[in-house]
Design a protein around this ligand. Sequence first.
Ligand code: F6R
Length: 364
Amino acid sequence: DKGEFRHYMMKEIYEQPKVISACLEGRISETKVLTSCFGADSGFLKEVENIHIVACGTSYHAGMVAKYWIEDLAGIPCSVEVASEYRYRKVAVPKKTLFLTLSQSGETADTLAALRMAKEQGYLTTLAICNVPSSTLVRESALTLLTNAGPEIGVASTKAFTTQLTALLITSVAIAVENGLSAEKEKELVQAMRSLPAYVNDALLQDAHIKAVADRFANKNNALFLGRGTMFPIALEGSLKLKEISYIHAEAYPAGELKHGPLALVDEDMPIIALVPHNDMLDKLKSNLQEVAARGGELYVFADKDTDLHNEENIIFTEVPKVDSILEPIVHTIPLQLLSYHVAVVKGTDVDQPRNLAKSVTVE
Ligand code: F6R
């Protein structure tokens, strides 16, 4: 039932504050991550020395964000790979490596094949972060952390992604605590997590503004998404969402790669979507934006108001709530979902059922 919404995708976008709360429920206290959420076998949190994350599509993008979190907070090496590559190559597995899969459906053929292969490789253990409790992935993994997003009907993944990020944040902090993260820092991160549903709600308040931005954007044929740090995987996810449902060709790059090639594409017909969190990379990103503006590119900037960015001749500004930097990738995802949605509606595509795509890719 779509309720008041025209499409499942929009209903699911609006469910995010609620399902993120459901994902956090029982897994954090006022000050701590509760390791009991990993079940009786949470001993792996102490032992793990390496992490391999394997997933497909949007779930892979969630894994890319987690790599930044895990290496930053826990200081443990983490690699992320798409399942369709992982499963067909010889992988070197360091000792005490956790094999972590991410999947909304838990039925993605390549991800399942990767898990089955990993089980023969001497990993420390296998953990699935998954949305479907009765899925094959959950059944076949040693450990599971459910995302609790509820059924996702729209083919383009929205709430499944932000709840995967939430579950990954819980996991990253739990591992970090065993690797020297101070109780004070843990408390700070947990408090940030507790305010996440409210921030996601604030981000949704830009909906009407983003709809107007989408009207301006919908006639474009191409788009280039830029971000640094955790905003790079979010740029990838934003570009995937746009191509999936609006069929506009989109690419994403780490902003620092601009002058190594993609800058050649920039002219007045190439809009740039820049994700600008307020952190120590801000000045670097601003100078990337200058390079684009100097070539006539139209800039769609998503940033909080403290960045001092605003509407200008070539800048279309969308405000994103100012949040603790750990939450930025989750909160910045919301306006990009809304942008793709509204662009697709303007273009008249089948939003919930884009051409050529299936919700669950159970064949190779
Ligand atoms: C994108 C999308 C796909 C899935 C991918 C993996 O919006 O939905 O890219 O993320 O097919 O699916 P799961 O997460 O079910 O393994």
